[in-house]
Design a protein around this ligand. Structure first.
Ligand code: DHB
Ligand code: MG
Length: 249
């Protein structure tokens, strides 16, 4: 078994953007086990959420939804924020959408934007099952089209904006998030560490470069106070950016 482990370590070193040797990189199994332990404690089985994941898998959606524990974290952040008006960029199958929409008080609304019609169709069915069709508005199209439409309709400001779409688009989505925010809004972005690849300035991966640009813009933006927290779990090693809008955008 030791030999297999060593071979696996060597393979991983040669097939990842990890900058240097560290046995921790073999610990995804542990992270997943602990993630499951925590989810068993803090995320009781839920018919709508479970059905949303099952339907997403059955429809062949990529398994890149936030994990159950991450969904709970998003919901907690929305509740701490007292969010009444939430914007999500990147619906996928609507798993995070359900978590966030359930954080809303009576009369609250969530707008979620999805580029892929197939993903949107799966999400729509999941939102119906979750009983959220009166609360959630799903708009299909390029976010760079639907975001200006929302602005033109005066749909902002949003109290919480969650960015979880194509990574190359993050710099633009951040600019739009700011336009659709107010002083006191919270902006959250998923996948800003990407298995550690984000610290490699020379990365040739356009997704990594999109996230790096976003992270730099976030850090340099005087209208927000922000940080990025690394995470490990069933989705491997990644991170969330969390920003508080401190000035009128
Ligand atoms: C990817 C996208 C995600 O939103 C995510 O959470 C994980 C991975 C991706 O495109 O690789
Ligand atoms: Mg994501």
């Amino acid at each position: 078994m030791k030999v297999v482990r060593l071979l696996a370590v060597v393979w991983f070193q040669n097939h990842s953007n990890v900058p240097s040797f560290a046995p921790e990189f073999m610990n995804r199994e542990t992270w997943t086990t602990v993630d499951r332990y925590l989810a068993d404690l803090f995320v009781p089985p839920d018919p709508a959420l479970d059905a949303a994941l099952e339907a997403s898998t059955a429809a062949g959606l990529p398994p890149i939804n936030v994990s159950p524990n991450q969904g709970k974290l998003l919901q907690l952040l929305a509740r701490i924020q007292g969010a009444r008006n939430i914007l999500e960029i990147g619906t996928l199958g609507g798993f995070s959408t359900i978590w966030l929409a359930r954080a809303l008080p009576a009369g609250g609304r969530l707008v979620t934007l999805e580029f892929e019609p197939k993903y949107a169709e799966v999400a729509r069915a999941n939102l119906v099952r979750a009983g959220l069709t009166d609360i959630v508005e799903l708009r299909v199209g390029r976010a760079l089209d639907t975001l200006p439409q929302l602005a033109a309709e005066g749909r902002g400001p949003f109290d919480l904006i969650f960015i979880d779409a194509d990574k190359e688009g993050y710099p633009d989505y951040f600019a739009w998030a700011l336009k659709l925010a107010r002083r006191g809004s919270v902006i959250i972005a998923d996948n800003v560490v990407r298995n550690g690849a984000v610290s490699d300035a020379g990365s040739s991966d356009p997704l990594v470069q999109g996230v790096r640009r976003f992270n730099e813009l976030l850090a340099a933006e005087p209208r927000v106070s922000a940080t990025i927290i690394q995470t490990v779990g069933s989705k491997g090693h990644d991170g969330f950016a969390i920003a508080f809008v401190t000035a009128d955008p």
